[in-house]
Write a protein that binds this ligand. Structure first.
Ligand SMILES: Nc1ncnc2c1ncn2[C@@H]1O[C@H](COP(=O)(O)OP(=O)(O)O)[C@@H](O)[C@H]1O
Ligand SMILES: [Mg+2]
Length: 463
């Protein structure tokens, strides 16, 4: 017999304790980021493996590297001496023949790893990163003729491709035929529930608190209802402040000092408009959208049709003639898709011909939108890290119209006129900044673990 005393697993906080004790068929643990979810998964998996000899457990996470960082490495180390890890099988085998298998699932094909298998307990860590079809396929593999618990534990944050189905089952509790409401349980955990993290990394909660209001509600407060409506609610166009430049992202144009750096961001419009934006950077790193060239390449808009050659010839003309740009070294950042060669010469070849040079933009969407939000937000003096000249009409017109995506909740709906937004994002990713101090959380979070200080938690009672 393996004694639990050999292991030092730590003390669960009250929410983790609830999770460890929950015996529903489907248990979801979630809410905020950093709520101590992966920790609870690891501890629960070990406790089950020890209590039920020969039990078969599967832990799933979207990617192999996340799986390694969050589960394989810490679990192999925590069970040193009582379990042996086989990396080719991705399996941890305990002395009592219990196994914990590690699986990743970032596409349909990954599911074949588990087809034909039977599991007693599955953990889906960050289940909101998984599609509903994958959940449906995985949950039917929880079966077998033995007396071990048959359960699926899920951890989740609002957002991600799985947002809707997780919200339906565990938050809205709307069930289809064949789903028994009594099988589903949800435990909400917030980052403030995770005292260990708050102590080790107090800046983590601060980073979350500096998000724009909706994302903050989702990721810090675990609110599942926020991904709807306007995406850039933090973009402020306040004409009454154009002249004092406080609490507004839009201002009156001014003469751009000649020694400010200039960046050109570009998003190509295959069917929709293209955007070419010029940004001037002041000595503090604050950006100003000073000029914008915006138009349609497609046939849909007869009035404004631009082909690549004409677009880049015009960009070159503007850069050689405009007094804010001519004679300056301009750094170009562009949508990586213009390097793509399907169907002939890439669009970048046409740009090169006109001496309009670009580097490939970092196209990561969610981190990119974070950078856009950081730039738009105001510091304690009311100044943002990005201003738009009020002459850049298409930027000012399109940004407030963009809505959240119904499919991918942290992203915007890409069927809209989002080319300026993309171009803005590429620019921001080329010069990432830290969030403004002004929005950082001022009061420390509640300390739920204080309640626990005189209690001794005995982990082995949580199976
Ligand atoms: N009860 C606990 N005791 C000690 N450390 C903990 C505990 N709960 C969480 N942690 C630590 O807090 C950090 C964040 O927890 P984690 O489980 O990764 O959060 P989440 O998965 O919700 O984002 C990790 O370093 C984790 O090991
Ligand atoms: Mg985690």
């Amino acid at each position: 017999m393996i004694s639990i005393k050999q292991l030092s697993l730590g003390i669960p906080n009250p929410k983790q304790a609830e999770f460890l004790q929950d015996t529903h068929k489907y248990v979801a643990f979630g809410g905020a980021r950093g709520g101590g979810k992966s920790w609870a998964v690891r501890v629960k998996a070990i406790l089950l493996a020890i209590k039920f000899p020969k039990i078969k457990i599967l832990i799933v996470r979207k990617t192999l590297s996340e799986l390694r960082n969050n589960h394989i490495t810490p679990l192999v180390s925590a069970t040193n001496g009582i379990a042996v890890y086989n990396d080719s099988k991705k399996e941890l085998t305990f002395k009592n023949k219990s196994t914990i298998r590690f699986g990743y699932c970032s596409c349909q094909a990954d599911l074949t790893q588990y087809q034909g298998s039977e599991w007693d307990v599955i953990f889906l860590d960050e289940a909101t990163q998984l599609r509903e079809e994958w959940f449906d396929e995985l949950k039917v593999t929880v079966r077998g003729v033995n007396d071990f618990p048959k359960r699926v534990y899920l951890t989740c944050n609002p957002g991600g491709v799985g947002h809707s189905w997780v919200k339906r089952l565990f938050i809205d509790r709307i069930y289809k035929e064949g789903e028994d409401p009594c099988d589903y349980s949800f435990i909400r955990s917030l980052v403030s529930d995770n005292k260990a993290l708050m102590e080790k990394n107090p800046d983590y909660a601060k980073q979350l608190s500096s998000l724009p209001p909706k994302l903050k509600k989702a990721w810090l407060e675990g609110d599942w209802n926020i991904f709807e409506g306007q995406f850039f609610e933090d973009f402020i166009d306040a004409p009454e402040h154009y002249s004092d430049r406080l609490y507004t992202n839009v201002i009156e144009p001014f003469e751009v000092p000649h020694d400010w750096n200039i960046v050109r961001s570009f998003d190509w419009g295959f069917a929709k408009p293209f955007d070419c934006s010029w940004w001037a950077i002041d000595y503090e790193g604050r950006a100003y959208l000073i000029l914008q060239f915006y138009g349609c390449t497609g046939v849909a808009n007869e009035g404004l049709k631009w082909h690549a050659e004409k677009v880049f010839a015009e960009i070159h003309r503007i850069e050689t003639e405009h007094r804010w740009l001519k004679g300056k070294k301009i750094t170009g950042i562009a949508d990586p898709s213009i390097w793509s060669e399907d169907g002939g010469l890439p669009i970048i070849a046409s740009a090169d011909r006109h001496q309009v040079y670009f580097q490939k933009a970092d196209n990561s969407r969610i981190p990119g939108w974070m950078q856009v939000h950081y730039r738009l937000s105001f510091d304690e003096d009311g100044k943002p890290m990005v201003y738009f000249f009020n002459t850049c009409k298409h930027a000012i017109r399109t940004l407030p119209l963009l809505q959240y995506s119904a499919v991918n909740p942290e992203d915007l709906d890409t069927s809209q006129e989002d080319h300026f937004a993309d171009s803005f994002r590429y620019f921001c990713m080329s010069r990432p900044i830290a969030p403004s101090k002004n929005t950082l959380q001022k009061t420390p979070p509640d300390d739920p673990l204080e309640l626990l200080s005189d209690k001794k938690y005995r982990l082995y009672s949580y199976v």
